[in-house]
Design a protein around this ligand. Structure first.
Ligand code: 8LH
Length: 431
């Protein structure tokens, strides 16, 4: 069934998009008749650079659009502050299908029409917020599109949540921790004064970083669900956790076909390997993405291996998406993902919930500096905490960091996606 959908999607894109016709000029297969997964893998991956180049040469949408511009219902773009943003034109039919799929997936994580749901991510050019809203609305829940990002908004969120007692929250994992801390500072107990049964997240690692996930679960006494792929790939909930999974996300292969590819050779990887999730829309008529290289890193497992109680026969990313290839720090020959450091820190009781990673290059030798918050209510003193952090990080990544301990609340919190790494090395390391 998936192969049939792939065949239809590729043929549609090829016949309706000048971009794909050009992009597939030299391929050895017939893009109007893909008869096997092997043939499909002959198609070149689509890179971020190719999309940007195309949209620059054929503004604003590039020749991806495939539908008449009058048929566009929504326009979104990347929310980055540098460079030309990528533009996504979504047709009415696609926007409707996104609602259907998101509603179905949200049902699968336990949401029901009589639930009240608060959305606490910014309503900016971030498809996370709008995609979640679209699904929650279609499911028929009472939706509270609260947003995030304004000064003082988190303090207000605490009061609203204590009053309205929503059953579910959508946002980023970093924001949930910030919200919980703010509630505690204001004298609330989020396990008692809030009544969340489930929180669903996307946008960054966290919900599948085991100790971060546990921190959120205990802070709010609720179920945590990880979700998300990329804005380009909406319905981005096609990667979704499940109530039966301890960690990670199922890959709903009949909505968005996902492959894991070798970061260097781009070869298809079997289950049990680590690689770059590469996504293909299966039901998009507007701006379909075919073999879009995410630049993220994940590990996948077969349906038999996961054997999830939910009964779904999808592959699973049991550790979620744990970083971007270009977020991986290569320090003295060791590969380090910020999410590994996050996992170790959240496992320490005295951790104050925020940290920063600074990498420097002194006389050609890389140094790893961590600025870590300590919760002053804990029994552990600064020196002991510093030693604990050093030991734990060394055990994880094989390198001893220099650790600066600061008190909880010192480092800035985010209301969106966290950015905790500063690489000050003069000579960039080519990865
Ligand atoms: C993630 C995750 C995750 C996204 N675990 N990393 O997924 C929601 C969509 C709308 C989104 O975040 O899109 P956006 O802004 O284009 O960012 C995509 C990137 O965000 C993606 O490549 C990942 O690096 C990261 N991301 N969801 C870990 N659940």
């Amino acid at each position: 069934m998936i192969l049939e959908k792939i065949n239809e999607q590729v043929r549609y894109a090829y016949e309706n998009s000048g971009f794909y016709r050009e992009y597939y000029e030299d391929v050895d297969v017939d893009p109007t008749d893909i008869t096997s997964f092997e043939e499909f893998r002959e198609l070149p991956v689509l890179t971020n650079e190719a999309i940007k180049r195309e949209q620059k040469e054929h503004p604003p949408f590039g020749r991806f659009l495939c539908i008449d511009e009058n048929g566009i219902e929504r326009i979104y773009g990347t929310s980055g502050t540098t460079g030309r943003p990528k533009v996504f034109g979504i047709g009415a039919g696609d926007w409707d299908r996104i609602a259907e799929w998101h509603a179905q997936i949200l049902w699968s994580i336990g949401l029901r029409p009589d639930d009240r749901v608060i959305i606490t991510s910014p309503f900016i050019q971030y498809l996370g917020s709008w995609g979640a809203l679209q699904g929650v609305d279609r499911l028929g829940c009472s939706t509270f599109p609260f947003g995030a990002g304004m000064e003082g908004q988190t303090e207000q969120a605490v009061e609203w949540i204590a009053d309205l007692r929503p059953d579910a929250l959508y946002g980023t994992p970093s924001y949930a921790i910030y919200l919980g801390e703010t509630a505690e500072e204001k004298g609330y107990d989020p396990t008692e004064d809030f009544e969340f049964k489930v929180m669903f997240f996307s946008g960054e690692p966290g919900a599948s970083v085991p100790s971060t996930r546990r921190r959120i679960e205990t802070l709010f006494d609720c179920t945590v669900i990880d979700q998300g792929s990329m804005a380009e790939m909406t319905p981005w909930m096609s990667n979704s956790g499940c109530r039966h999974l301890e960690n990670g996300m199922h890959v709903w292969q009949d909505i968005v076909y996902t492959e894991l590819l070798d970061p260097e050779t781009e070869a298809f990887l079997e289950y049990g390997e680590e690689g770059v999730p590469t996504y293909t829309h299966l039901e998009r008529t507007s701006q379909p993405m075919i073999r879009l290289w995410s630049g993220d890193i994940s590990y996948w497992e077969s349906p038999e291996e996961t054997d999830c109680e939910c009964g779904r026969t999808y592959p699973t990313l049991p550790r979620g998406v744990y970083g971007r290839v270009d977020d991986m720090l290569v320090i003295r020959g060791k590969n380090v993902f910020p999410s590994q450091i996050e996992d170790r820190l959240h496992a320490l009781d005295a951790f104050g919930d925020e940290f920063r990673v600074v990498v420097e290059n002194e006389e050609a030798l890389d140094t790893l500096e961590l600025v870590v918050e300590r919760d002053e209510d804990s029994d552990v003193e600064d020196d002991e905490f510093r030693a604990l952090v050093r030991r734990s990080i060394k055990a994880e990544i094989g390198l001893s960091p220099n650790v600066t301990v600061v008190k909880k609340g010192t480092l800035e919190r985010t209301q969106f996606k966290a950015d905790r790494v500063e690489d000050r090395r003069k000579i960039p390391v080519d990865i």
